[in-house]
Design a protein around this ligand. Structure first.
Ligand SMILES: [Zn+2]
Length: 190
């Protein structure tokens, strides 16, 4: 499963799971990355349930909270699992339903102009080294494709939906991401 990753080149394969949870196209230029965490059930990794949620096929019988969750129509563009594997659900040229009600610098409806990246995790477990490696690589590729995205426009869900959302949470190391992107920028631009 390799397409779409249109316009992006990554040094490793990406798993493509086409989700129905998106609006075709973009009403405006893409210039923001929104980072999230997710784990299903909460705090349990590698179940495959996040993939099922984004594909709209989560089995409500698997876990008590799923009865409510399985009716939600949500998906990020990308999901990075604990092993650092990148899964893609929505083409970056389409509007994925990941941010909900949100605003950045006074601009509402962040879904329309952002790329959503979910990291498999929670507020307790540190994210893995493989996740940072893949995230940095992915952000770098997105920044080349969408020049409006630069440092300062890679934000957490908690920043664009304060009070309502807290991801990617206290275990996410923003400094590590910043350093990784700086280093990558130098290499990319020679
Ligand atoms: Zn989120």
């Amino acid at each position: 499963m390799s397409p779409p990753l249109r316009f992006l080149t990554l040094p490793f394969p990406v798993l493509w799971w086409p989700s129905p949870h998106f609006t075709p196209g973009r009403p405006t230029e893409v210039d923001l990355i929104v980072l999230h965490y997710i784990s299903l059930p909460p705090g349990v990794f590698g179940t495959g349930d996040v993939i099922d949620l984004f594909l709209g096929r989560l089995d409500p019988r698997r876990y008590a909270d799923y009865a409510h969750l399985c009716r939600m129509r949500v998906s990020a563009h990308f999901f990075i699992d604990r092993g650092g594997r990148i899964h893609q659900f929505v083409d970056t040229e389409d509007t994925a339903w990941h941010a909900g009600e949100s605003a950045f610098e006074g601009r509402a409806r962040c879904n329309e102009y952002s790329i959503g990246i979910e990291l498999e995790g929670d507020e307790i477990h540190p994210f893995t080294a493989s996740q940072y490696t893949s995230l940095i690589c992915l952000c770098r590729a997105l920044m080349l494709r969408y020049p409006g995205i630069r440092w300062g426009r890679v934000v957490g869900h908690s920043q664009i939906a304060p009070g309502r959302k807290k991801d990617p949470g206290p275990r996410f190391d923003w400094e590590r991401l910043r350093r990784g992107l700086e280093k990558g920028g130098d290499t990319e631009r020679g």
